[in-house]
Write a protein that binds this ligand. Sequence first.
Ligand code: HEC
Ligand code: HEC
Length: 222
Amino acid sequence: MKQAGRGFLIGLAGVLAAGLPLVAQAAAAQSALSKQIDVCASCHGENEMGSRDGGYPAIAGLPAAYIRAQLKAFRHGARDNVMMNAVASGVDAAQRRALAAYLAAMSVPVSAPARGAAAHRPNPVGAALAIHGAPGQRIAGHGTAEIPACAACHGAAGLGQGAFPRLAGQPADYLQAQLRAWQAQKRPAGNPPVMPAIARAMSEAQIKAVSAYYGALPANPG
Ligand code: HEC
Ligand code: HEC
């Protein structure tokens, strides 16, 4: 009985000795994460909700797997952006996982009603394309491609669903740039790899219209 008691105490001391540094490590990792999140916010804005000036996308509330894949693509240069290539080069796989989980779980603030000219200018071309799809432009050697309804994957209000990122409320300039990057094979195909073909089927006028449409929608209609 005494023997067993001493053994228990020695065992407990061992657990404490091993356990305390683990707690300290976890706390250090937590504060490293919140420092990184602050760095992200210096460009991605308050609540990581992006900013229209400069075309910084919102990254709060995007799918975790999507965020992870983007950080990896920026790190390896498969997705090309001077700022994010630099940021992602300092983020390893474990940090990508932690950052993606944190950002995906962030709540998206209810958006104020859209202001400015875009809110009042009807955009029938962009809306029709988003909700119903459209005949696409003629592609040399491939005839005319159909553009599928964006809503089929990105959700009826563009809020994203499952693996599909939210488009609503992203800066229109940013959305245009992504579609052009896929046309020019400067952004990897993604998962599922559908966007390059969709982007190639789009004319410049369709890219502008649908980007303006999604840019004017609220990221969280409440
Ligand atoms: C110096 C400014 C800057 C900082 C700091 C920064 N970003 Fe970015 N980020 C950008 C820009 C600009 C883009 C748009 C890139 C493009 O056009 O492809 C972007 C895009 C992204 C995207 C892709 C979004 C999407 O919808 O595909 C993710 C994810 C991302 N950033 C995560 C982060 C994280 C996480 C941090 C902090 C560790 C961070 N960024 C810090 C400027 C920055
Ligand atoms: C069959 C499903 C599907 C359809 C239909 C679809 N998308 Fe996508 N879209 C995706 C996927 C998957 C991604 C994520 C790509 C990645 O992993 O890089 C994406 C990403 C995007 C992005 C990048 C968002 C960001 O934050 O960087 C834009 C812009 C976009 N889609 C626009 C459109 C538009 C406009 C349409 C309609 C004309 C459309 N999509 C139709 C599946 C789809």
